[in-house]
Design a protein around this ligand. Structure first.
Ligand SMILES: Nc1ncnc2c1ncn2[C@@H]1O[C@H](COP(=O)(O)OP(=O)(O)OP(=O)(O)O)[C@@H](O)[C@H]1O
Ligand SMILES: [Mg+2]
Length: 496
């Protein structure tokens, strides 16, 4: 295969230091034309940083970049774009007050005599969506009207439309459903056949072995090695990534489930659900399965006081609750760790310690006791338990890697010591080692007699950790599966 031999991109000796962290230490990467190259490593290993250097977002302290045999300096994203490099970012950065079409053609506005041709813009966008098999997104809609999954599809379309030689995908499937993943893989294969080099980052192992030709592993900013994917298997790859042995990930000891902890009756929420009723028991891990857009997140938001309800009752331990705000929910012992950490989860400009203790602080402040010392101690304990990688707990959350930000969201809610913990895509973007820590925490909570609700789009995860699974389709509960009924096929049948 001559295509494989041709080196499209070489990154050599790339080094980058941030205050207190050596994010990259002489890292190597070689990307061949017409290949998919996976970049693997735990949270904070340096993957996004390496890609941001290639995109001209950061400048390396040392090292060189050779593109098509030429040494290049990439001083800005605009320059990267000119050189034929485009990127789908891990943290999506759409311009929310602009239309879908405007976002896609940000750099290549179809203009005639300097005047932007809106109609042309919309047509081009629609043609692009048709090409890529993307359905249900209005090219004229504002970005802010879209769901996370739709925004991710728009980002993908944007990268493809740039006709780049190198496309970087930093966790492109974190917010999209299996069906859309298949669609994305179809797009990737088409691009690969055209000779495009794709750099692919994901924590989902099955994906990596399905789509990648080569794998490069980073650990703690160090280059560990590269190999063709067929020479590796999951076990080998994990040991290269983590540098230690991991036990089986869904090694569960189910808790004994007790009385009803939470009952939701006839929940009604405009445009989301008409009549949702279910029970959560003490000691139970209750999974919610559904396609992206099925309304699972919205149902939980309605319960948690984040979304207006038109009807229905929420009953905890036999007592009817009046939840009108998040504060009410927290005061009644509920916690919701949200999938969208930017919108509800975190204050990016504030330190880890502050972010971890904020909702808990609000709670205590009401009673009038805020104990700073305790706050620090607790924040420290959780950041250690979840292995949050940072130079100190004073580090601003915005400076953490994506997966480590997600861990801060979790730590924060665990600290409210809830009776009912609702987790919405808790392991999105989380590496395999930390996933295990999170599963252990979920199990612990169940064993303490708490109730845990988990929404996850990763079927093996949901099946692995749930005692019971509720299936949701278009805002309606389709079924409740327990024990041997819990299989991928059965769930898919309900969702079909
Ligand atoms: N702008 C920044 N300022 C300070 N430190 C940073 C900055 N960006 C990244 N870091 C640090 O560099 C290290 C590598 O982060 P990076 O985002 O590259 O990790 P990653 O491999 O992409 O992880 P994840 O899988 O969680 O996305 C981390 O310790 C992170 O906290
Ligand atoms: Mg990253």
């Amino acid at each position: 295969m001559t295509m494989m031999e041709e080196k499209l991109l070489v990154m050599r000796g790339i080094t980058k230091e941030f205050p207190g962290v050596k994010a990259l230490d002489h890292v190597e990467l070689q990307l061949a034309k017409g290949t998919v190259h996976a970049l693997m490593g735990e949270n904070g290993a340096g993957k996004s940083t390496l890609m941001k250097i290639l995109m001209g977002i950061y400048q390396p302290d040392d090292g060189e970049i050779i593109l098509n045999g030429q040494k290049v300096k990439i001083e800005s994203p605009k320059r990267a774009h000119k050189l034929g490099i485009s990127m789908i970012h891990q943290e999506l950065m759409p311009i929310l007050d602009m239309s879908v079409a405007d976002n896609i053609f940000l750099y290549d506005y179809p203009a005639r005599k300097g005047i932007v041709q809106k109609s042309v813009l919309y047509q081009k966008t629609e043609a692009l969506f048709r090409d890529l098999g993307i359905e249900g997104i209005d090219s004229k809609a504002f970005m802010k009207e879209l769901s996370q999954a739709q925004m991710q599809m728009v980002e993908i379309a944007k990268a493809v439309s740039a006709k780049a030689d190198v496309i970087i995908m930093d966790e492109p499937t974190s917010a999209i459903s299996d069906h859309e993943v298949e669609n994305l893989f179809r797009i990737i294969r088409t691009l690969r056949a055209k000779g495009v080099g794709i750099l692919y980052i994901s924590h989902k192992m099955e994906e990596i072995f399905k789509i990648s030709d080569f794998i490069t592993v980073l650990r703690d900013g160090q280059y560990i090695g590269s190999a063709p994917s067929i020479e590796l298997d999951q076990e080998k790859l994990v040991s290269l990534m983590v540098g230690r042995e991991l036990k089986s990930i869904y090694d569960r000891h189910p808790a004994v489930t007790g009385e009803v902890m939470l009952e939701v009756r006839h929940l009604k929420c405009k445009g989301v659900c008409e009549d949702v009723s279910f029970k959560l028991h003490k000691g139970e891990v209750l999974g919610f399965a559904g396609l992206v857009g099925a309304g699972r997140t919205e149902i939980m938001e309605a319960i948690f006081g984040l979304r207006k309800r038109q009807g229905g009752e929420i009953i905890k331990e036999g007592k009817k609750l009046d939840i009108r705000s998040v504060r009410d929910a927290i005061n009644h012992g509920l916690a919701l760790a949200s999938e969208d950490r930017k919108r509800f989860g975190l204050f990016l400009d504030l330190p880890i310690s502050y972010n971890i203790s904020i909702s808990w602080l609000n709670n205590l402040a009401k009673v009038g006791i805020v104990n700073r010392g305790n706050e620090k101690e607790q924040a420290y304990k959780f950041s250690k338990d979840l292995r949050i990688k940072s130079s100190s707990i004073k580090t601003k959350v915005g400076k953490l890697s994506g997966g480590n930000q997600q861990k801060v969201v979790l730590a924060k809610w665990l600290l409210t010591k809830p009776d009912i913990l609702i987790l919405d895509e808790p392991t999105r973007g989380i590496d395999i080692g930390a996933k295990q820590e999170i599963y252990t925490l979920i199990e612990q909570m169940a064993h303490e007699g708490k109730g845990v609700i988990v929404i996850s789009s990763e079927m093996p995860e949901l099946i692995g950790i749930s005692d019971r699974i509720i299936t949701v389709h278009e805002g309606v509960i389709k079924g409740s599966l327990t024990g041997k009924e819990i299989t991928q096929e059965r769930i898919m049948m309900d969702l079909g």
